[in-house]
Design a protein around this ligand. Structure first.
Ligand code: MOS
Length: 708
């Protein structure tokens, strides 16, 4: 990029393609196998003769590496180099304890990178990695999350929320409340398992202008990888090029670079100018690429006899790694979901000798709303109220935390529409009322919410091509969600041309800077920026520009800077069947209704919402990473032992949305849809299982033993 971007305030677009079912613009590449993922780049892309890097990871949870015997590995056929903390290239900045690998002998968690092998083939690298002998001075470690181990930390919770909140007098209100729910809810460690494991291809090139590190990385943020890696490697940001043309999912785990990206960069520097390919194995992902912390939520709800909340308290205990702090914002959604004059939330964090937790689809909202929405079901039961009615009675007029007006809070409409479409009316008020054959049958529901984010600092470029076509460029990433497709639709409408006339380029730091594909913010952030660029282009060049006419622009407005609460909402309904002899739980029906602003593409949106519901179902019934505190590692470290929902588990799952356009939020009227589908879903299943059986489960996953 040469010129500074012009600032343009985007105005609402006239929708033509937006809202229609445009086929994925990259569908053909994907289904024919021509889409190149991170380790599939070779000579054509400047990665000729790549070596394969294989990580060697620690087998102890805490201590010091005393020696690394590389002799057998180095002698293995095809091995080019073995790097450890004594031989790896030095980093210029080692502040990030997760990323600063191979710089010192300290071991901070089991599964940390302690060496790597470079070889001509993957088979050779893998075999040689098994021959590296690492010796340790082992130290005592702590790896067990308990309430006692969790302490106050002054830092904010992800990304910048206050650790605690306290309004009114919760204790007094609870003492006077007609009805109190006081229970503990738990969610387990969960691991992001995108279809494509994390992988990086790297090469150091020198040209006339100096060194450039060239990466193809499976990431949700190309510019984020470059800005994180550059200072660590002593480079300017424009000396790190990152491409992510196709990414096979991330669920947040590719939102920030993890240690393997640094490993690939160091390995490629060592063998420069040869390129290096590094793929994290599925097993290694369970220590190296982030996960959702286990959570303990202590909830206290107080209400009057009519079910109107007088007090809400949500105290959270969870963990991070001693080597890097990440605090899941578990109680943050509790601050805004329902009205109550007295409210208190807190987060306490145990710093342990364990792998570093990170973002996993709806960090905070997923475990936090699980606890809150199961507690609400218990409150409905205690008050003798229908669970839908209980929520309607506790609708807040304004954001309870800030007093700000809601931009577009339509939870009641989601509840009404969901109840109608699901067939909620006529549901037996009592639990354990319906036995069909050997199956107890019940229904349950939960509310869902997710904040609406629009990231600033994005830029987009519009260039007129021959024949009335346009190139539209932004360094966004399509991680499989359909971003390329919806951005093409938005660009076409903003330029007032057909989608066939738009060549959309994404996934490269050579393109204008763009924010992470995370926080359900991509469509709104990148789309608003593309609209700004297209509108600025048309103001300057009209609708018959000469080829080569170009505008680089940023969106000048910042909706999050206003005093308005922007959130999306939803209502999830589930049917559960629990086998009366085996305790087996099945979910034959799952249905969500969402208010997410205007839907840009009904096909990709439906797929995101249903995908979120399926992931919530998976969390409800299966997902659980077992950390063995004696050794510090997760023992369920593959898809044979870490169970996710399979086809046979996913029956009638469907989602729909309210017809609306949130013009105050973005010029397309869209908010975001990537995460809200997982929120509340596990609670709906737990509540349905309670309605079926009368057994209240307060921890995930809902396994058969609870019912026996
Ligand atoms: Mo999402 S967990 O912000 O990629």
């Amino acid at each position: 990029m040469t010129a500074d971007p012009v600032q343009h305030t985007p105005t609402p677009i006239r929708v033509r393609s937006v809202g229609t079912r445009l086929e994925r613009v990259d569908g053909l590449e994907k289904v024919t196998g021509r889409a190149g993922y991170a380790v599939e780049h070779g000579a054509d892309d400047g990665f000729d003769g790549a070596l394969v890097a294989w990580l060697v990871t620690s087998t102890v949870a805490r201590g010091r590496v005393t020696s690394v015997d590389t002799a057998a590995a180095a002698a293995h056929d095809g091995v080019v180099a073995v790097l450890d903390h004594t031989s790896a290239p030095r980093l210029a900045d080692t502040d990030d304890g997760e990323l600063a690998i191979l710089q010192d002998p300290q071991v901070h968690f089991r599964g940390q990178v302690v060496a790597l092998v470079l070889a001509e083939t993957a088979e050779s690298a893998r075999e040689a990695a098994s021959l590296v002998e690492v010796s340790y001075d082992v130290e005592e470690h702590e790896a067990e999350l308990t309430e006692e181990a969790a302490t106050y930390r002054p830092d904010s919770v992800n990304p910048a929320f206050d650790t605690d909140s306290d309004t009114g007098d919760v204790d007094a209100a609870l003492a006077e409340a007609a009805v109190v729910v006081d229970e503990e809810y738990r969610t387990p460690h969960e691991h992001n398992n995108p279809m494509e494991p994390h992988a990086t291809t790297a090469v150091w090139r020198s040209d006339g202008d100096g060194e450039v590190l060239d990466l193809v990385d499976s990431t949700q943020a190309v510019h984020g990888v470059a800005s994180t890696l550059a200072p660590m490697l002593g480079l300017e940001q424009d000396q790190v090029r990152v491409r992510a043309p196709y990414v096979g999912g991330g669920f947040g785990s590719k939102g920030q670079p993890h240690a393997h990206v640094v490993a690939a960069a160091l390995a490629a520097r060592h063998v420069s100018p040869r390129p290096v390919r590094l793929a994290v194995t599925r097993q290694q992902m369970f220590a190296l690429t982030g996960y959702r912390t286990a959570t303990i939520s202590r909830m206290r709800l107080g209400a009057d006899a009519d079910g109107r909340l007088t007090a809400i308290e949500h105290r959270v205990f969870e963990q991070s790694s001693k080597v890097k702090e990440f605090a899941e914002q578990t109680a943050v959604p509790t601050r805004m979901l329902y009205a109550a004059p007295n409210r208190r939330t807190s987060h306490r964090l145990a710093m342990l000798d364990v792998a570093v937790p990170s973002w996993m689809r709806a960090p905070g909202e997923m475990p936090g709303v699980f606890a809150h929405e199961v507690a609400m079901d218990e409150l409905a039961q205690a008050c003798g109220l229908d669970p839908v009615e209980l929520r309607l009675r506790n609708e807040p007029d304004v954001d309870p935390e800030t007093g700000n007006p809601w931009n577009n809070r339509r939870l009641p409409e989601c509840l009404h529409r969901g109840a109608e479409r699901f067939g909620w009316a006529g549901r037996p008020a009592e639990a354990r009322a319906t036995l069909e054959g050997d199956w107890w049958v019940g229904t349950g529901m939960a509310a869902a919410t997710y904040p609406a984010y629009r990231q600033g600092g994005n830029a987009a470029r519009v260039t007129a091509l021959d024949g009335g076509r346009y190139a539209v460029a932004i360094g966004a990433v399509d991680i499989g969600t359909g971003a390329r497709t919806v951005l093409t639709q938005i660009a076409a409408d903003a330029l007032e041309v057909g989608t066939d006339a738009v060549d959309l380029e994404v996934g490269d730091t050579r393109l204008p800077s763009a924010s992470v594909a995370g926080g359900s913010s991509g469509t709104a952030s990148w789309g608003s920026t593309i609209v700004a660029a297209a509108q600025a282009f048309r103001e300057r060049h009209g609708d018959d520009p000469g080829a080569g006419a170009e505008v680089l622009a940023e969106a000048a407005d910042d909706p999050l800077g206003t005093d308005v609460a922007f959130h999306s909402f939803g209502a999830v309904f589930a049917e559960a069947r629990v086998h009366r002899r085996t305790g087996e739980v099945r979910v034959p029906r799952l249905f969500g209704v969402y208010s997410v602003g205007r839907v840009v593409n009904p096909v990709t949106a439906h797929s995101q919402l249903v995908g979120g519901l399926v992931m919530g179902l998976s969390a409800a019934l299966f997902e659980e990473s077992w950390r063995d505190a004696r050794f510090g590692h997760v023992v369920t470290q593959d898809l044979a032992s870490y169970h996710v929902a399979a086809h046979a588990d996913v029956r009638d799952v469907d989602a729909e949305w309210l017809e609306e356009s949130d013009d105050a939020f973005s010029p397309m009227g869209a908010r975001g849809i990537g995460e809200i589908g997982i929120v509340g879903t596990a609670a709906a299943v737990v509540n349905a299982a309670h309605h079926a059986t009368g057994v209240r489960v307060r921890s995930l996953p809902v396994t058969a033993d609870h019912f026996l």
